[in-house]
Write a protein of this length. Structure first.
Length: 297
């Protein structure tokens, strides 16, 4: 159990990293307000956390009304104190060729991953600032440090989050509010399942990117073999919550940090070639597909 119990709000707590973190923190004695949009998943989370101080609330981070309702409810339940720690975890990604991602899909990712996160932060930050004490933990991604083919739009939301967090960390320091970034690598969560479902809308045999889109399932199998459980990230978040002084960044698992450092140490052209070869963005592959189409015609 933690030395000091804190009141914590976590968004996106219905699955994956958010669910594992909410349960882990509640079992360590913190009072956790676990939020998400799926009512059934929230009810399941409360049942699993029975006996701990976990309370589930429905929250849509893209709705100002929903955020205000949750703020009022938490204030009511905490006697006006609010939260000591805000964990911004809600987020998702739609993979696909950057050229083809629709404006609608691009805006939706920014609405949740960037604008929604900031809307929640603006709502709960003032009470921390007034108390001269608090903590904000933003869940980013290794995709906020390196850009991966097929994830350009999603990665761009995480780059935005990195910049916002870096600014907040300095701006809030005089008020005693610490800001930490969590940068997960490949994690075994529902994130990949949703991403694979979303990419289906961009799978088209006539697409110029068809050779890569056709092997999306194979790429999924490759990442599955590299994935670790969400408990690894839950432990990193817990350190960011409980440490006397949180680190500015937590990259986990450790092998993800090694990969990032290796990639950044390479000349850009070499790093591009490595990623292209891994994902399948090679001239040979696309030339072979073009030849096949010509023969079929």
């Amino acid at each position: 159990m933690s030395a000091t119990s804190q009141i914590i709000l976590i968004t996106g707590a219905t699955s994956g990293i958010g669910r594992a973190t909410a349960l882990h923190l509640a079992r360590r004695g913190h009072r956790v307000f676990a939020t998400g949009r799926n009512r059934e998943a929230l009810a399941s989370l409360e049942r699993e956390a029975a006996g701990s101080a976990l309370e589930a609330l429905r929250l849509d981070v893209t709705s100002a009304e929903s955020i205000a309702e949750v703020k009022a409810e938490i204030d009511r339940r905490t006697g006006g104190h609010g939260v000591d720690v805000l964990i911004n975890n809600a987020g998702y990604g739609i993979p696909g060729p950057t050229e083809l991602i629709s404006d609608e899909d691009m805006r939706a990712q920014y609405d949740t991953n960037v604008f929604g996160l900031m809307a929640v932060t603006r709502t709960f930050l003032p009470a921390m600032r007034d108390r001269r004490r608090g903590r904000i933990v933003n869940v980013s991604s290794m995709g906020g440090l390196v850009t991966l083919p097929m994830f350009g739009v999603y990665n761009s939301t995480k780059y935005a989050l990195e910049s916002l967090s870096d600014a907040l960390r300095v701006e809030l320091r005089p008020f005693g509010v610490q800001v930490a970034l969590i940068e997960p690598g490949v994690i075994d969560t529902g994130f990949a399942d949703r991403s694979m479902h979303e990419v289906a809308r961009y799978r088209d045999p006539a697409s110029p990117y068809a050779p890569v889109l056709a092997q999306a399932d194979e790429l999924r199998k490759l990442t599955d073999r590299m994935a670790v459980g969400p408990a690894v990230i839950a432990r990193a978040i817990t350190h960011a919550v409980e440490a006397r002084r949180a680190r500015p960044r937590y990259v986990a698992p450790f092998r993800s940090l090694l990969f990032i450092r290796f990639l950044k140490a390479l000349p850009t052209r070499w790093a591009d070639a490595l990623l292209a070869l891994t994902i399948g963005f090679t001239r040979r592959r696309f030339a072979a597909t073009a030849t096949q189409r010509q023969l079929a015609a």
